[in-house]
Design a protein. Structure first.
Length: 198
């Protein structure tokens, strides 16, 4: 299978970037093809311009960076998105990626306010990281908010078959080596669980 991995973290030494590397390596070991869009190292421009508000057409030629990302999504069987929760949401660079790349006419169409998915047939995996422990996120309603806004409102609404949302909670910096190793094992197991047979 062809996998696109989209990852957003400013520090290459972060758990988030470590998880993305381990996940890609495990997918390759399992016989899959991977391509990674590392939004910070690509210096992805997250700011949606006024011209990008109009439907794709003569007045809205798609920008080269958006076109490139859309090409990778169309070529992929699976899109995996790996990011820390910042204010329970995505880092701004990833939110801007969604704003610009998951454009109307590409990821969805809208008719009288009703959304029609355009990326059906593709699978997705979400991997997130938080400082807060999962019981706190659940008790406060925060985890439900994350799932409604990100799993459902973005990825499922665009038509992705969301196979798994794997979350790493209670992540503090610096992370003890033994905990980091457990996390690497967990992400490799996630790749194997979902894509064990290439
Ligand atoms: C701007 C910012 C906002 C954050 N907001 C949250 C939050 O809302 N909830 C939470 O549990 N952790 C929050 N965190 C903590 C990050 O999720 C934490 O840094 C991350 O889990 C550590 O993983 P990393 O090594 O990949 O950065 C925030 C961190 C930053 C920098």
């Amino acid at each position: 299978m062809k996998h696109l991995i989209v990852v957003a973290h400013p520090s290459e030494r972060s758990l988030t970037m470590g998880l993305a590397s381990a996940y890609a390596a495990e997918l390759k070991r399992l016989g899959h093809k991977t391509h990674t869009l590392d939004l910070y190292r690509m210096n992805f421009n997250p700011v949606l311009a006024e011209a990008e508000l109009s439907p794709i057409g003569p007045n809205h030629p798609v920008a080269a960076d958006v076109l490139n990302a859309q090409k990778h999504i169309l070529e992929a069987d699976v899109v995996s998105v790996i990011y820390p929760l910042w204010w329970l949401s995505m880092p701004a660079i990833l939110k801007g990626f969604v704003d610009r790349v998951f454009a109307r006419g590409f990821a969805y169409d809208s008719d009288h306010g009703l959304i029609h998915p355009l990326l059906s047939g593709r699978k997705a995996v979400l991997v997130t990281v938080s400082g807060a422990p999962m019981p706190t996120l659940i008790q406060s309603g925060s985890w439900n908010a994350v799932q409604v806004l990100q799993d459902v409102h973005i990825f499922r609404a665009a038509g992705f078959d969301l196979l798994e949302h794997l979350h790493f909670d209670s992540v503090t910096t610096p992370l003890p080596e033994s905990v980091a190793l457990q996390h690497m094992t967990r992400i490799r197991t996630c790749a194997e669980r979902n894509f064990g047979v290439a």
